[in-house]
Design a protein around this ligand. Sequence first.
Ligand SMILES: NC(=O)c1ccc[n+]([C@@H]2O[C@H](COP(=O)([O-])OP(=O)(O)OC[C@H]3O[C@@H](n4cnc5c(N)ncnc54)[C@H](OP(=O)(O)O)[C@@H]3O)[C@@H](O)[C@H]2O)c1
Length: 419
Amino acid sequence: MESSKIDKVEIVDVGSLPELGVVPEYMHAQVIRQDRFGEPKDAYKPEKIKVPEIADDEVLIAVKAAGVNYNCVWASTGYPVDVIKLREIRGEANGDFHIAGSDASGIVWKIGKDVKNVSVGDEIVVLPAHIDPNEPYLAAGGDDMLSTTLRAWGFETNWGSFAQFCKAKHFQCVPKPKHLSWAESSVYMLSGATAYRMLLHHHPHTVKKGDVVLIWGGSGGLGVMGIQLVKRAGGIPVAVVSSDERAEFCKKLGALTINRSNYSHWGALKTAVQDDPAYLEWRKGVKAFNKELLTITGGKAPFIVLEHPGEMTFPTSLFVCDPGGMVITCAGTTGYMASFDLRFLWIFKKRVQGSHGASVEEHTLFNDLVRNKEIEPIVSEVFPYDKIGDSVQKMYDNKHLPGSMAVLVGAKDENEGRS
Ligand SMILES: NC(=O)c1ccc[n+]([C@@H]2O[C@H](COP(=O)([O-])OP(=O)(O)OC[C@H]3O[C@@H](n4cnc5c(N)ncnc54)[C@H](OP(=O)(O)O)[C@@H]3O)[C@@H](O)[C@H]2O)c1
């Protein structure tokens, strides 16, 4: 091909790429705009968008596959945050649209002049911790997750993985596990590293041999990673799920299971007055749930409760947590009014801990566990590029199959990429 022609590639079809390193002028992208915030199936629309420029410390990546995670839901609903407006408020506007996708596997296609850790052609996975390492706090060794420069990539930043090309900071690129396909490589990073930090960062509440860990949504993105990490540490995962099918799936991963559909005491506490009928009703439900939990664990209460549903489950989480144990949360999917009876907190010396994402180092360590085959990504379904909105809708409706969903962007099929 003549170089003048190479320079003028306008756009290529989804599923194909130009010669390595040749950047087309435009790309296909599934785009969210403010006037279509709402149900994911309607919010995502295919558009032709200019391929973004990269800064000196950035990398342009040809996306092979993109993982579907909850950031893709929140971005499309515009709730609780309108990410496009948020960027404007922060003075970080980068287009009047949003390309979501916080999990990606792909090929390094172009690098900024200061990038040393990757080269054009490298096969990588993107980790979603977008920070400015030159910020004084971080340069002095601070925790990435406490940095004011932290942005969830593909959510708080534009140019995520639901497009033929995405862009990221150089340190967000880590080696793709060679034994995995592009699709498998795209589904584990965000939820896996989040679960890794929740279970291993908050000393002394880190999972150890023999510890019981209660995991809400055991068959979901965080759940499948949480179960595997607890097993790896020699702990006893108890997965809460809403169907027998999901319970079977979690059992195969080595978890004990509870079907939450057998209980109805969910939601925020309305009162803590002990003889109030609403309190008595809640107490009856939570005690029955706790009885089942203690029966299956042989009487051992959870040292850690891995929370994320929030409003519906938080009172139960705090109640069932072992004295001296920790309820750790990274979300409020069912609502943000997480109530609990304070008496169970102070009398039994329990800890409530927030957690969000993971540092670059934690992501990298987690990636090494996957590369070493100690943790296995579990793909539930693989969607073609034009079904991105439908895949996110499935998650929004809690109708997704156990495991995590992947979308093929540049990859031809779900097996491509394994070597
Ligand atoms: N802060 C962070 O860094 C971070 C990182 C990753 C994820 N998150 C958040 O964590 C949440 C879960 O993410 P995910 O990837 O694991 O999602 P997911 O794959 O959809 O799994 C969530 C699970 O929650 C369970 N669930 C739904 N409604 C429930 C309810 N009313 N009570 C109890 N459980 C319920 C469902 O399982 P059953 O219906 O079978 O019980 C579902 O499988 C999202 O809000 C996400 O944004 C936060």
